[in-house]
Design a protein around this ligand. Structure first.
Ligand SMILES: [Fe+2]
Ligand SMILES: [Fe+2]
Length: 147
């Protein structure tokens, strides 16, 4: 498994979690809030791990500089919105979760459809070496901090 497959694996988990969470807003709101907590924790760790093991190299290549800068900003938008949702769970909960789902899914798709194919072309084997281990270690560290 290379770093692209590893990240895709996380993305598919997020798609699944969002699906479950948005479904649960209709009937089991407590469960949807629990799933949101999990999504928030995992997504923040995923972003940080991506930025540390993957984006840094891509931001330095002319072919992937723009798309990587966009992805950094999308992480910021998602992080800001995660905070907003966390702090205002009692107002328009289902709508908030749906907007978070759509915004995140847009970002995941952009990474997979634009960044990854370009990244596969421009990153050298030496730059990809150990990336999966670094990604997992960074994520684990971040998750441990989040408690
Ligand atoms: Fe990302
Ligand atoms: Fe990602």
């Amino acid at each position: 498994m290379d770093i692209f497959d590893r990240i895709k694996q996380d993305h598919d988990e997020f798609r699944d979690l969002f699906e479950q969470a948005t479904k649960a807003t209709d009937g089991d709101v407590a469960k949807s809030k629990e799933l949101f907590e999990k999504i928030k924790k995992e997504l923040t760790a995923h972003h940080e791990a991506e930025e540390h093991t993957f984006f840094a190299g891509l931001a330095q290549k002319p072919e992937t500089k723009d798309i990587t800068e966009e992805a950094y900003e999308e992480h910021k938008v998602i992080e800001l919105y995660l905070k907003e949702v966390e702090e205002n769970k009692d107002v328009r909960w289902a709508a908030k979760l749906k907007v978070l789902k759509e915004t995140t899914e847009h970002h995941l798709k952009e990474e997979e459809d634009s960044m990854f194919p370009k990244g596969r072309k421009v990153l050298l084997d030496s730059e990809l070496q150990g990336a999966v281990e670094q990604f997992d270690a960074r994520k684990k560290e971040r998750l441990a901090q989040a408690g």
